[in-house]
Design a protein around this ligand. Structure first.
Ligand code: NAD
Length: 369
């Protein structure tokens, strides 16, 4: 484990005040009533370790933690696909430490969690990663998660926030209507890699729950829908579509609609996700899983139109089936990922509408080129 940087303050949007709600509801994992009161971890002055920090969610969460007065934020990553660029704006910040370590190595996590109050576990392979490297994906998402949990137990970390996904509801024809926390896992008619990714997140959630039951680990699971925003990478199937659409339009090529454009997508802006992470630490909630999704769902056609509007382009989308071998996340009809429980349990709700978020993402993307 090597400290590779100690970095400068990043301008960051302060997190909104958090109103703790009532932890646990029927149909979600149970809440230990007595423990719930002690599960709140105030950010002010705390030492928070972000595992899998050198990327989209981790870098934004670090910004929000610093703005909220965190004592120290430790950014741990093995840089397998995260980059130093994503956290370069934090170089030499007096309250930031960067640690190069791998979550498949328990000894490195035991060192990194010493004296830490809270851990945010982000490191994972997503659907495209499961399609490309199933061995590594299994090691990181399952054994890696258990390593992080064990390190938290050994070093008496006060709270773990586990980044799960709406992939735990599965994909395919069974996905329609409101996806709520007690919903089933649909496997029929979906790409195997997407189902394996969802199954690995179910494993991670249940490893947290088992540790709560066996050793009293306080944790909150956040099931993000598709995250997008500044510092976007090209690894998540749905956000990749936004980037590919933008890249085409900028080259003067017609954007492609894989279908009639009515397919639902539910994204969440990364700043809203960062706020949810802070809310999960600060809330008294424990042993619970809640959805973290954007203000509203969208359709593929609306999404493409937002990109065209941003680029002031009048190109017409071309309807074209996916190329063979494309891994695409399918649903059975209009759906949305319901986020009402998060308001009750951790006092969080999304605030950035898709059009606004797309404008922020594309302004950032433009500044890169
Ligand atoms: N991005 C999305 O659309 C989305 C949607 C739902 C859920 N999630 C979940 O949110 C989390 C964060 O998403 P993201 O897009 O910021 O993630 P990401 O794909 O950029 O990965 C996070 C980081 O984990 C690091 N990492 C990978 N293997 C590691 C290892 N063995 N040890 C240490 N670090 C390792 C990577 O280098 C990367 O910087 C993930 O758990 C993901 O499953 C993401």
């Amino acid at each position: 484990m090597t400290n590779i940087a100690n970095t400068p303050n990043a301008p960051s949007t302060p997190s909104t005040p958090i109103t703790p709600g009532t932890p646990g509801t029927p149909g979600t994992p149970g809440t230990h009533t007595g423990a719930a009161l002690s599960a709140a971890l105030p950010i002010q002055g705390a030492r928070i370790l972000i595992v899998g920090a050198a990327s989209l969610v981790g870098s934004h969460t670090a910004d929000h933690l610093l703005a909220a007065g965190v004592g120290e934020v430790i950014l741990l990553d093995n840089f397998a696909f995260g980059t130093h660029e994503a956290i370069a704006h934090l170089d030499n910040h007096p309250r930031v430490r960067v640690v190069r370590a791998d979550i498949t190595r328990l000894n490195e996590l035991l060192l990194a969690t010493e004296g830490v109050d809270g851990v945010l576990l982000l490191a994972a392979y997503m659907t495209l990663g499961f399609a490309q490297s199933p061995w590594q994906a299994i090691d990181v998402n399952i054994r890696g998660a258990q390593n992080v949990i064990e390190a938290c137990r050994v070093n008496k970390v006060r709270k773990l926030v586990f980044a799960s996904s709406n992939a735990v509801y599965g994909y395919g024809p069974g996905i329609k209507g409101a996806l709520v926390e007690e919903g089933p896992f649909h496997v029929t008619g979906a790409p195997p890699a997407a189902i394996m990714y969802g199954a690995s997140k179910i494993m991670g959630e249940q490893l947290c729950r088992q540790a709560h039951q066996k050793s009293g680990l306080q944790y909150v699971v956040l099931r993000y829908s598709t995250v997008y925003g500044e510092r976007q990478h090209y690894r998540a199937a749905n956000s990749l579509y936004i980037m590919e659409t933008y890249d085409k339009v900028r080259k003067g090529e017609r954007p492609v609609l894989p279908g009639d454009g009515s397919e639902s997508k539910h994204f969440v802006y990364v700043g809203d996700v960062a706020r949810a992470n802070l809310a999960a630490f600060e809330s008294p909630a424990t042993d619970v899983a809640v959805n973290v999704s954007g203000v509203d769902p969208t359709t593929t056609r609306e999404l493409v139109q937002m990109v065209l509007d941003y680029c002031k382009s009048d190109l017409q989308p071309e309807i074209r089936p996916d190329a063979p071998g494309t891994v695409r996340l399918t649903s059975g009809g209009a759906f949305h990922v319901a986020h009402e429980l998060a308001a009750t349990v951790i006092g969080w709700q999304p605030v950035v509408p898709m059009r606004e978020g797309i404008a922020r993402l594309l302004a950032w993307r433009e500044a890169q080129s």
